[in-house]
Design a protein around this ligand. Structure first.
Ligand SMILES: NC(=O)c1ccc[n+]([C@@H]2O[C@H](COP(=O)([O-])OP(=O)(O)OC[C@H]3O[C@@H](n4cnc5c(N)ncnc54)[C@H](OP(=O)(O)O)[C@@H]3O)[C@@H](O)[C@H]2O)c1
Length: 258
């Protein structure tokens, strides 16, 4: 814990930093929506280790990955090593990304396969949280698949410590608040449609993590101000921001007094 970082409880498991690092850019530079598109080089192993030490040194203990983020899980597993226990790892299930294309699979069999693969790739005995990596049919995933039931069983077994959904529609987000431990929604000054989900989660005492707080780098607003305002929004547990640039990482952390 760092005295300059702010921590909030995540799904009654652990206190996590209000800023977490998203790791799409550790492993995937195809089919991404960043301003420079696919035209960036993945960081080297040494750069990733330096970023992990940098965030941990600043008190950031929350990290977000997914099977759909190319080699992100594998690289984290290889490179975090003794840092594992200092990190709270969120991964996902449901989206596969291969040969430049996404495929979505929400069966019981695939969910079990995916979680066990994540455990192996990340070289760990538990995932602190797993989110359903939803497409636009997120309500259908809740109503017509057994993915949440499967995650509940994996939680009972101890393979995962909590689970939730990274949703896209407000309807599914509201329902996910009732049914799961944690909800991830997009929110930034240009996209506030998910506010009802954040407010409902706050009312129900459920954790919310924010994705795309900078609209994947497309906003021209001041990023420090965005961080300050989103972190102080009632109901928000943490913002997961993406970055492989140490200068930007430090600037983002400084925005909350780090
Ligand atoms: N469906 C889902 O579940 C889902 C979808 C999208 C994202 N996510 C998660 O949320 C995380 C964040 O989303 P995101 O990466 O799409 O978008 P984001 O955090 O809104 O923006 C990331 C972009 O902003 C740039 N950036 C960061 N800090 C900056 C600063 N201080 N000044 C200037 N530029 C800065 C980064 O570039 P540099 O690398 O150059 O700093 C990066 O290109 C992802 O990494 C992922 O973990 C989940």
């Amino acid at each position: 814990m760092d005295k300059n970082m702010i921590y909030r409880n995540f799904a009654n498991i652990k206190d996590v930093s209000v800023l977490g690092l998203g790791t799409v850019k550790f492993g995937r530079n195809q089919g991404v929506k960043y301003p420079n598109g696919n035209g960036f080089e993945l960081p080297s192993d040494q750069q990733i280790e330096e970023i992990l030490d940098l965030i941990l040194g600043q008190g950031v203990n929350l990290i977000d990955t997914a099977p759909a983020y190319g080699s992100s899980e594998i690289r984290l597993g290889q490179l975090m090593q003794q840092r594992r226990d200092d990190l709270f790892i969120v991964s996902k299930t449901g989206e596969e990304f291969e040969d430049g294309k996404s495929e979505y699979i929400f069966t019981k069999e695939h969910t079990e396969f995916s979680i066990h693969r994540s455990l192996k790739r990340l070289k760990t005995d538990r995932l602190d949280s797993v989110l359903v990596h939803c497409n636009r049919q997120d309500l259908d995933i809740i109503n017509n698949t057994d993915v949440l039931e499967t995650l509940s069983r994996l939680k009972e077994k101890g393979d995962i410590l909590s689970y939730g959904m990274s949703t896209n529609t407000v309807e599914a987000g509201l329902k996910a608040v009732d049914l799961t431990d944690i909800i991830m929604v997009a929110y930034n000054p240009s996209y506030t449609e998910q506010l009802p989900v954040i407010e409902y989660a706050n009312k129900k005492g459920k954790s919310i993590i924010i994705k795309k707080a900078f609209d994947s780098g497309h906003l021209t607003d001041n990023y420090s101000q965005i961080i300050e305002s989103v972190v102080n929004l009632n109901g928000v547990t943490s913002i997961i921001f993406g970055s492989i640039n140490p200068k930007n990482i430090l600037a983002n952390i400084a925005a909350i007094g780090g």
